[in-house]
Design a protein around this ligand. Structure first.
Ligand code: HSE
Length: 434
């Protein structure tokens, strides 16, 4: 076996931002310098880190590296590689564009930026002949973007379905396993540091929608932005929704789903979803992430791991850094994004899905018939009906076959206006049958 050889070649690395991911990336880059150099073929020298406040103590990172001047990184001709971990849209967007124009390879973990300006950034890296890698932007440590862009590029992806937000998966796991309400599970997630003080980005699924856009763009060779993603969060999910799902053999997960419709259009959606407890994604607990990919030839694959956190995400950033360093040493470039398919993005109305509809109804003759008529009138076929009597009222749970989303939505609207239906208590989409 070869022993690590200290290379004469040096690649100078600048970093933009030094928060949770950045500080772990910098610490590991310094601590594992010999291994990373041996694997890259060049010494990776971290020369400057741009931060807002240079006075914060960041253990394991030499203090002399810090500057408040981010332009001193993107404009320094001696810097070869730039890691962007500052997050947000501006100034990260402009700094990355400028770094590329100045010939630097860029590695980023910035999902929000990629979901808004991915197309522009891919074209800019092509135009500048530099690498642009972003494995850490989706599902943290899990290698999923390079498998889609490289390992599976000879196949035909049919569907991507993932749990790509750890905070909501933690909350839903607690609701499932302890019977907790959404509010108490969220408070627990906040106490453990999984959820932010303002949890909107996670619980309203903005974070998952950004990641879904990036995954869909890669899997289906189409320019996709977060505006193309249908989004529904988990704030309306009740302890009853989760308990009833469990009784019926389902787990409730926040799933991101990207798939091609019958007319070859692409629909990307993120919403609470019931999946059979036997599905591999149902076994993904707590803050773990997983992405389930269905391919024409490879069949079903699942990628599982830590989707967030300093060191897991730093692992993905450093993997990209070594890859771009190798390319640079060889004078080559990694694969570029392709949007040749230009699939039309279709709204969720065009997709086919299945609903589980829970409603409180009067327990009198003819109620079931009146409810069934609404389904029939909208050409929605019923798969199962479950009724629990409770004195003069009953709870009815109807699970449908696959139907057009627009027909399902119309069905729910009409059910709500029936005299026999007191209220529709919940409507949750379903994937897979038991
Ligand atoms: N807040 C995200 C999550 C991690 O809970 O998965 C960063 O994308």
């Amino acid at each position: 076996m070869n022993s690590p050889v200290k290379s004469e070649k040096v690649l100078r690395v600048g970093m933009l931002g030094c928060g949770v991911v950045g500080s772990e990336t910098a610490r590991l880059l310094v601590a594992n310098a010999d291994d990373l150099s041996a694997r890259s073929g060049a010494r990776l020298e971290l020369v400057r880190i741009a931060v807002r406040d240079t006075t914060i103590d960041r253990p394991g990172i030499p203090a002399h590296l810090f500057t408040t001047d981010s332009r001193s990184i993107v404009e320094d001709p001696s810097i070869d590689l730039v890691i962007e971990v500052m997050g947000g849209i501006e100034p990260a967007h402009q700094l990355i564009l400028d770094a590329m124009k100045n010939g630097k390879a860029v590695v980023t973990a910035n999902k929000a930026l990629l979901a808004k300006h991915g197309g522009e950034l891919f074209h800019a890296s092509d135009a500048a002949d530099v690498d642009f890698y972003y494995e850490a932007a989706v599902a943290g440590a899990i290698p999923i973007l390079r498998p889609l862009a490289e390992s599976l590029v000879g196949d035909h992806v049919e569907r991507v379905m993932g749990i790509i937000n750890g905070t909501t998966n933690y909350i839903l796991t607690k609701m499932d396993e302890t019977g907790a309400t959404f509010e108490s599970a969220l408070a627990e997630a906040q106490a453990l540091g999984y959820a932010e003080a303002d949890p909107t980005a996670d619980v309203e699924a903005f974070d998952a929608a950004a990641k879904a856009a990036i995954l869909a763009g890669l899997a289906f060779h189409t320019d996709v932005t977060d505006k193309d993603v249908y989004r529904e969060g988990i704030t309306k999910i009740t302890a009853d929704d989760v308990a009833v799902a469990k009784e019926m053999g389902f787990a409730l997960k926040l799933l991101a789903i990207a798939e091609v419709n019958e007319d070859e259009s692409l629909t990307i959606r993120v919403h609470p979803t019931l999946i059979p407890r036997t599905h591999p994604l149902a076994a993904v607990r707590e803050s773990f992430n997983a992405v389930f990919v269905q391919c024409e030839s490879a069949g079903e694959l699942m990628f599982y791991g830590r989707g967030a956190g300093g060191t897991p995400t730093a692992s993905a950033v450093l993997g990209d850094l070594v890859a771009v360093a190798r390319n640079r040493i060889e004078g080559s470039l990694g694969p570029t994004e392709t949007d040749y398919a230009h699939l039309k993005i279709a709204s969720i109305d065009k997709t086919s899905t299945r609903y589980s509809i829970r409603m409180d109804v009067q327990d009198i003759p003819g109620v079931l018939a009146s409810v069934a008529n609404v389904f029939a009138a909208n050409d929605v076929s019923i798969l199962t009906v479950r009724q629990d009597g409770r004195g003069p009222d009953a709870e009815l749970i109807v699970m449908t076959h696959l139907a057009k989303e627009s027909a399902l939505a119309a069905t729910v609207k009409q059910l709500s206006s029936l005299n026999t239906v007191k209220q529709v208590t919940s409507v949750i989409r379903v994937e897979g049958t038991i």
